[in-house]
Every structure is written in C-alpha cells, then in structure tokens.
Design a protein around this ligand. Structure first.
Ligand code: UD1
Length: 364
C-alpha cells in the first residue's frame, strides 16, 4: 500500500489537485490523505470549489489564514510537520507556485519524504514575483517534476536537473476544464449579469505588482474605462484587489467606469462559462492564460512577462504590461482580428492519469 498525501491551499490549487485526487482514488492500493493549508479560507475562495469539483473534504485543514509571507509559510510548516509524522506518507504531492506549495515541500523533504511537484519548471525570470521564488525552490527539492509545456523541461535542464526526474505530462488545469465544460455551459451567469455572448470583456486582477501599486492599478483602470465604452466589462474581484482599491483610494476612479460590473469572486463553473463566451479576457492570472488558450478566447495578460510562453507561441495570449496605451492597442488588435491559436500537445484532459501512473509505478 502506497501512502500519498496531496496538499492544496489557495484557489488555483483546487482546480489542479482535483483530477490528481480523482485519479488516485481509482487506485486500490493507494491510501490518500488530503491536506488543505487554509491559505485561502473564504467560502468564495475555497470551500465552494471542493463541492463544484467533487474533491473530497480535506482530511486535515491547517487553517493558516492570511499573514505576511514569512509568517504564512512558517505557520504552514509548523502545522504540516506533525501531519506528516502522523500519516507517514511515501509521497507528498504539491501543485502550482503558492506559499502552501513551498512550505509543504520543504517540510516533507526535511523529513525524508519524497515530493512530487505538479506544474514544475515554469519560470517568469522575474524574481520579484513571490511565485517565482516558490517555483524555483520547490523544483529544486522535489524528486518528481511534472511539467506542462516544453519550455518547463528546458528550464529544468538548464538548472541542472537530471532527466529522469522530469516528466512532460500535460496540464492538470486543462483536465479540469475539459471535464467540466459541459456543466459550465449550463450556467446561467450571462443572463444573471445581463451580458451577451461575445459582447463583453472579462477581467481579473490580483498580482501584487499590479494591485499593490497605485500607479499600475490606475493605469489599468484607465484602459478598462476606454474598453467599457465599447462593451461591458465583468470584473469578479479578488479580496486583495478590493482592499487595495480602498487603501489606495481608487474607489472614485472605479466608480467612474460606467459599464463595469464589479462582482464577488465566482465559482469555477460560472467563471468558465464567462471566460468561454467573452470577447476578450484581460488578466494577470497564470491559469487563465492557459484556459483561454484552450477555449480560443483572446487573452491580454497585464504583466511584463509570463512563465507560460506556450500560451503566446501557440495560444491566444498577448503580453501587454500595465500601460494604458499598450493595453488599448492590444485590445483593438484582437477586437479587429481575433487571434487563432492551436492546442498545446498533451493538454488533452489526461495529464493527471499520466502523473498517477508515474507516481504509483515508482518503487517507494
Ligand atoms: C495567492 C498566491 C498567488 C495566487 C493567488 C490566487 C502566494 C504567494 N500567492 O495570492 O500565486 O495566484 O493566491 O488567489 O501564495 N484573502 C481573503 N480571503 C481569502 C484569501 C485571501 O480575504 O480566502 C485576502 C487577505 O486579505 C489576504 C490577501 O487576500 O491578505 C492575499 O491572500 P494571500 O493568500 O496571501 O495571497 P493571494 O494574493 O491570494
């Protein structure tokens, strides 16, 4: 019997862990333990995804909550160590690039427990991003590295990682998208919001580089105001960004954008429906760049770099940064000529099965 402990903690982790957990549950001689760190804890940022994506309730919730990076990471580590000692897993599986990812990986490896990292190898080459530090550190201590796109393999090889640790398996976030697309199509969110298919923009913003910087946030808002003269903009707002609007006194600027529907964070199915039918998506998220690539929806990434270059080389993604003019010219370009993308290899809905085959085939 192999004991496998899966860790998740923040919103994008839930979409990534869901298909891995599902594939592991199908294997008889695997004892599965699910740990939620509690990095995200609002119903809208966390528990609703367990229901929607059919993830079993976590066996353990570390309830770490929000705090500074150091305190959050340290608290997860303190609380996760006794869980590892109690459950004695053969493997700890971590996903993505959030503080929960590195905290859990570091605890496991110091206890001599092997770590598998899902979504390994991605690099933005921007070390001011907390996620970039989390990725580099997690990859360097993980035994198995499951990669979504060829650039990730190259990055790991350049960092001196042995070939046998690296596995190009595809994208678990796309497994979740493919599995849930039909259910999402049944969502009535468009009519609830009063928007028409292909005649609205969808935006999400939460990166500290954008929303904790008044100048950048304001520059993005100016672009949104122009775009909203063309079509309504739906903006499900992350709690971090909502706070920033208050503390940086951007409320008036936001209120001046007439056609902006600022709403609470959405569930997975409603958001997928909105993304699938949008004329354009403007975002600083990582996962949304990948999801729009599969959906063939134009995506403007309001960042200076991306760790997911395949979404630009092959997909419908464009990097704009945060300057008003750059966002508007990219917006006009995709509005006038919709970009055509192709689907990256192995983004076929079966990444989690490949991961679990490798994980359970490795002698522990
Ligand atoms: C984290 C991840 C980021 C990921 C994002 C998705 C790190 C370093 N960052 O950023 O990579 O893209 O999650 O959302 O791990 N808050 C709530 N309720 C919640 C969660 C957060 O109100 O359930 C608020 C708190 O004020 C908190 C702030 O949002 O201080 C930021 O939360 P935190 O988990 O620290 O980082 P995110 O910005 O969500």
């Amino acid at each position: 019997m192999q004991r496998i402990l899966c860790v998740c903690g923040a919103r994008p982790n839930f979409m990534k862990i869901a298909p891995v957990v599902d594939a592991l549950r199908r294997i008889e001689d695997v004892a599965l333990v699910i740990v939620h760190t509690g990095q995200h804890y609002d119903e809208r940022m966390s528990s609703r995804f367990f229901g929607e994506l059919n993830i079993p309730q976590p066996d353990v919730n570390l309830e770490v909550g929000s705090c500074s990076h150091a305190v959050q990471t340290a608290e997860i580590m303190k609380r996760f160590e006794p869980v590892c000692l109690e459950h004695k897993p053969d493997w700890v599986v971590v996903v993505g690039d959030v503080n929960s990812t590195i905290a859990a990986a570091l605890v496991a490896v110091k206890l001599g427990i092997k770590v598998a990292h899902v979504e390994a190898g991605l690099r933005s080459f921007d070390r001011t991003m907390p996620e970039e530090i989390n990725r580099i550190l997690t990859d360097s201590i993980s035994e198995l590295l499951f990669v979504t796109e060829p650039a990730g393999v190259e990055n790991l090889k350049r960092e001196g990682v042995d070939d046998e640790r690296i596995h190009l398996v595809g994208n678990v976030m796309i497994d979740t998208l493919r599995r849930n697309k039909d259910r999402a199509d049944a969502s009535t969110i468009l009519s609830s919001l009063g928007v028409e298919p292909a005649n609205y923009a969808l935006t999400t913003l939460h990166r500290p580089a954008n929303v904790d910087n008044a100048e950048r946030f304001s520059s993005i808002l100016r672009a949104l105001k122009e775009i909203s003269k063309d079509m309504p903009i739906v903006f499900p707002i992350h709690p971090r960004s909502r706070k920033s609007i208050e503390t940086m006194r951007l409320g008036e600027q936001v209120a001046s954008i007439e056609n902006l529907r600022m709403i609470e964070p959405l569930g997975y199915l409603d958001f997928l429906k909105l993304m699938s039918n949008a004329a354009v998506v403007l975002t600083d998220s990582g996962g949304i760049q990948e999801e729009t690539t599969i959906l063939g929806v134009p995506c403007l990434t309001l960042r200076d770099n991306t760790e997911r270059p395949i979404t630009i080389d092959q997909g419908t993604n464009r990097l704009t940064g945060s300057s008003t003019d750059a966002i508007l010219s990219a917006y006009r370009a995709v509005r006038d000529t919709r970009p055509k993308g192709t689907i990256p290899d192995l983004w076929d809905g079966h990444a989690a099965e490949r991961i679990v085959d490798i994980l359970t085939g490795v002698k522990s």
